[in-house]
Design a protein around this ligand. Structure first.
Ligand SMILES: NC(=O)c1ccc[n+]([C@@H]2O[C@H](COP(=O)([O-])OP(=O)(O)OC[C@H]3O[C@@H](n4cnc5c(N)ncnc54)[C@H](O)[C@@H]3O)[C@@H](O)[C@H]2O)c1
Length: 278
């Protein structure tokens, strides 16, 4: 499905990958409904994009992806734009470090609300618009999962759990759309390290660990990995090129597919999992 007309929703559009995806879609000729919880950053980013792409229709909507009503509002905003909703990129996400038994329940709940329910609500709202084969509308949903949806890294159990859930839900939905004969589809993108401000946005709780040195070394590895990560445009390119070819798996970095393959091999051969942070 070519992404050169109609409207797209991008959640988490005021952040690294989301902003880059919104910019790429606007330059390809789509109207974009840009959504984020951070209204001030969203206003600034959407003004910058409007100046760069005066020909594109851009709408900024502040809201929380954990709220199903927010997604209804986003779909309604896209419906009002030329060509209607054709693409939804469910990208908003949070990641808070900690050991699984030490991170407060609030962290598990926040991560689940944003990374898991944010995708459930967005998927339901978009597919309600274009899943039905008799509706005469075609569209695509892309969930931004992570390499952490295919292999587990230490120090991020809530993040890893929600990203695995997103991969599974999108794969099941892919099969369901095929079974009902829908012309619409879904993809999941599993980036490795991407250089964005994400780690700096989500502070850990100081002094909350009985193993501060272990946690510090994990956090240092995560931060240095992200700082040395690929440019967010790698993810935007993978989405635009992958959806054009109607592919399910969008893998911007080949090493993630390799690590996932090695995990499956280890499962088959009964070998223990590998700690990818070394
Ligand atoms: N940066 C990486 O290395 C990396 C790797 C793999 C996957 N990802 C995924 O990519 C996506 C984007 O991450 P990023 O690196 O650009 O981070 P980012 O922090 O720059 O962007 C995330 C955006 O989501 C927004 N957000 C947070 N909670 C929200 C909520 N409740 N409702 C609406 N918006 C909310 C934030 O305000 C922020 O603008 C995330 O889902 C993340 O898990 C990132």
């Amino acid at each position: 499905m070519e992404l050169d007309r109609g409207a797209a929703i991008v959640t988490g559009a005021a952040g690294g990958i989301g902003t880059c995806v919104a910019r790429r879609l606007a330059s390809a000729g789509m109207s974009v409904v840009m959504a984020d919880l951070d209204g001030a950053r969203l206003a600034q980013v959407s003004e910058e994009l409007a100046a760069e792409h005066p020909e594109a229709e851009l709408v900024a909507v502040r809201g929380d992806v954990g709220d199903p009503e927010h997604h209804v509002e986003l779909v309604e905003a896209a419906r009002c734009l030329d060509g209607g909703l054709r693409l939804s990129v469910l990208n908003a996400g949070v990641s808070v470090p900690g050991l699984s038994w030490e991170v407060p329940l609030e962290t598990w709940e926040l991560t689940t609300r944003v990374n898991y329910w944010g995708v459930v609500h967005g998927l339901r709202a978009a597919l309600d618009e274009f899943a039905d084969p008799s509706a005469g509308r075609t569209g695509w949903v892309v969930a931004v999962a992570s390499g952490a949806g295919l292999v587990a890294t230490p120090g991020l159990a809530p993040y890893v759990a929600t990203k695995h859930a997103v991969v599974g839900m999108m794969e099941a939905t892919h099969h369901e759309l095929a079974r009902v004969g829908s012309p619409s589809g879904v993809s999941v993108v599993c980036p490795g390290n991407i250089a964005t401000p994400m780690p700096s946005r989500n502070e850990s709780i100081p002094g909350a660990s009985a193993y501060p040195e272990v946690l510090e070394s994990i956090e240092a590895a995560v931060v240095s990995g992200v700082e040395a990560g690929a440019d967010p445009s790698t993810v935007a390119d993978a989405i635009v090129e992958g959806v054009a070819e109607e592919r399910f798996w969008l893998m911007p970095q080949p090493e993630i597919a390799w690590a996932a393959g090695d995990r499956v091999r280890r499962i088959g051969e009964g070998e223990p999992p590998v700690d990818l942070l070394g």
